[in-house]
Design a protein. Sequence first.
Lengths: 333, 193
Amino acid sequence: MIGFELAIFGFILMLGAIFFRMPIAIAMAVTGFIGSWIIRGSPTAVLSQMNSLPYDGFSSYSLSIVPLFLLMGQFATKSGMSNALFETASDWLGHRKGGVAMAAVGACGGFGAVCGSSLATASTMGQVALPEMRKRGYSDALSTGVLAAGGTLGILIPPSVILVIYAIMTEQNIVKMFLAALIPGILAAFGYMLAVAVYVRIYPDSATAAERKPYSERFRSLGKVWPVVLIFGLVMGGIAGDWNWTKDGVQALFTPTEGAAWGAVATGLYGLWTGGLNRDSFIDCILSTASASAMIFLILLGATLFNSFLAITQMPQALADWISTSGFKAKTV
Amino acid sequence: MGIAVTAEARAARLMDRLARVLAYLGGIVLTAIAIMTVISTIGRAFVGLQIGLGPIPGDFELVEAGTAVAIFCFMGWCQLNQGHVTVDVLADRLPTSINLLLILIGNLLIFAVAFIIAWRLWMGFGEQVTWFSQDVRDMLGFGYKPFTNNSTYILGMPFWYSYSLAFVGAFFFAVISAFTVWRALNDLLGRDA
């Protein structure tokens, strides 16, 4: 049982370290490393594990989706899609009270369809929507609030970097995860819009209404968002669509990795075409992708080390045994 | 009272340039594997026409090798910009000096991990190649000689290509984290003369 106690202690130590500002990846890696060392009595085993563990972990076909989607999202932020989405959404919703805030939510949702990260979605849409809302006399509380909430649509609406990682860690089907998140994502977008509508009725001073646009103009402005529709259709249609009806089951056009590569290349080409992507902004994209990818992959490495420590403590088995012999009903567990 | 403040500022510029160059290299690799994958899928779409077009052989091997190289090259830039996520709910309530101390400890631990990664990646690199006599190998920490240079299944591309590039990234990740320890120490001590 010494392993079990060590595992519990490891958990506490790791969480404690995280709360004391240690980088999450490092808290897991160091706890896992030292824990394995204590159990084995020497660091040799865990050190020789490290000969191949980082390289093997990083040279993963399925994990390559993560940097590719991050790159795609960065290209999308530079290519001017956010402006088009926000203008279109404003044309449709701007005349309502608080309508520009609702438009910001809608545009976040649209942007989430080409960007898999919440932070990038919130910051990109912030650059477009915040000045506009300020100009129209929206309160800061409302305008920053809708962007923070709208940013979460970036990871709900596929492609989503977090869902990719979750799917890989728990060995689930990435495509099914994406499809499962789409409806909640759209529901969340409507929910946020509803919340804005309620909020502006409680605090009428916090928002204004723009003039109503005629429907002819509204439908014309829908045309502006074609690149988002095209790229989303290409990526999601390619990885989730059934392209060969003569065979049984879903015959997708390509794997999620290939879909991510297509998304990155297509978004990049569109950015080059609009001129949003030039030498300087390409470098920005690379550096942001670098930071985010390295952060995520180091966490994955830390988690792998911590997991292998837990595995040799046999805590998962002990816990499973304890639950199965505890006599609790399935529902209680 | 910081340690060698002017040298630190000079080193900061050097580290910035170093981390940038590596991140650009990783970015080029990542862009290349994206374009390669797209070309490969286009080729695959035409495979039925029997006109000599097809997927790029071993495309997924290139993606795997390229991802590893790119990620290792990205590590230094992330560390230099303090890109690794931390939780500051509790720490924000503590005084600034304690926080600077915690950041210093965090950077020290990152340096330790980066050092181990680079050191063991070097040994992993050695396990992929048959170079040198056993005496030299022991000196270099290359371990026992494999029967052949390990290579990928389809392309037969030696693993040491990607291992060596990954090692360059990991090595400079360790160098840059050593610099961030110095930087965090000077943050704590203060930079006034």
